[in-house]
Ligand binder design. Structure first.
Ligand SMILES: [Zn+2]
Ligand SMILES: [Zn+2]
Length: 274
């Protein structure tokens, strides 16, 4: 089986309104693209910051601009389609109770946990760029992976998204010196402790870094730790569904990964890969 659970039905911009993109016709375009890519199991995981409910958790200016839609209407819409119902939920440090409360209000097939910000600075968004602040690469990477580990240990999420998003800008930003495995090790331990699934996301291949999330070395460490994996593209348009899956499946097999996670009603099972 091939899955694509981390799908957005619209591009990341405020003008991509709910009414234009949350339609049966748009879902059919994604389903058609998936079929062409040999992907049978599809789920949508819209960003929590698209929904007014998120402002109960956090008041980041980016969220305030984007929080326009009704979360219950989204759930109802996705349940009217043949897609699994997910959500891409940010981990907001210090707000675990509020994040948990929001998650518990709806019946998801899975909840994807993401770290897109360090405090109020963004990892993958130029407007609030963390790299504009006066911090060293060592500090940014250390804080990112500590936050990621906390997100896993919160126990709130079924899948940890794009686990090394901190590398998003690739060569456009500095890297810490030396072997990067020192950052990955505590994260892998947190994933193991939490029993959470790790997202293999082909989105990194389309981003400035041009590398899969997690990096092959990091992925190998996760595989050796026996972690379960969820395979996704983080598509924001139909053309990205199942993006670069052939090479990715080959890499997974090389690392001894022969099963992937399937989710229903927040229960996980493993199915043969491919
Ligand atoms: Zn994300
Ligand atoms: Zn996403």
């Amino acid at each position: 089986m091939l899955t694509d659970y981390h799908l957005h039905l619209r591009p990341d911009d405020e003008s991509a309104t709910f009414d234009r993109f949350m339609t049966a016709e748009n879902v059919a375009r994604y389903r058609q693209a998936a079929t062409a890519a040999g992907v049978t199991e599809l789920g949508v995981s819209e960003h929590i910051h698209r929904f007014t409910d998120c402002l109960r958790v956090w008041d980041h200016p980016f969220w305030k601009i984007n929080a326009l839609d009704d979360l219950a209407a989204y759930c109802d819409f996705v349940r009217s389609t043949d897609l699994r119902l997910g959500i891409e939920m940010d981990w907001v440090p210090g707000r675990a109770d509020l994040v948990a409360e929001l998650i518990d209000e709806h019946e998801w097939d899975y909840v994807i946990g993401s770290v897109h910000f360090l405090e109020r600075a963004a990892l993958d968004w130029e407007d609030y760029d963390v790299w504009r602040e006066n911090r060293t690469p060592e500090q940014i990477w250390t804080e990112y992976f500590a936050t990621l580990a906390d997100s896993a240990r919160s126990g709130l999420f079924d899948v940890i998204a794009h686990p090394d998003l901190v590398k998003y800008w690739g060569a456009r930003r500095p890297l810490p010196d030396g072997d990067l495995r020192r950052f990955y090790e505590p994260a892998v331990q947190a994933f193991v402790d939490a029993g959470v699934a790790v997202e293999i996301s082909t989105a990194g291949l389309r981003k400035p870094v041009g590398e899969i999330y997690p990096a092959p070395v990091f992925l190998k460490m996760c595989a050796e730790a026996g972690l379960p994996f969820a395979l996704s593209s983080d598509a924001h348009e139909p053309g990205h569904v199942g993006y670069a899956y052939a090479d990715t499946v080959e890499l997974m097999r090389e690392l001894g990964i022969n099963e992937i996670c399937v989710f229903e009603g927040r229960r996980r099972r493993l199915e043969p890969l491919g």
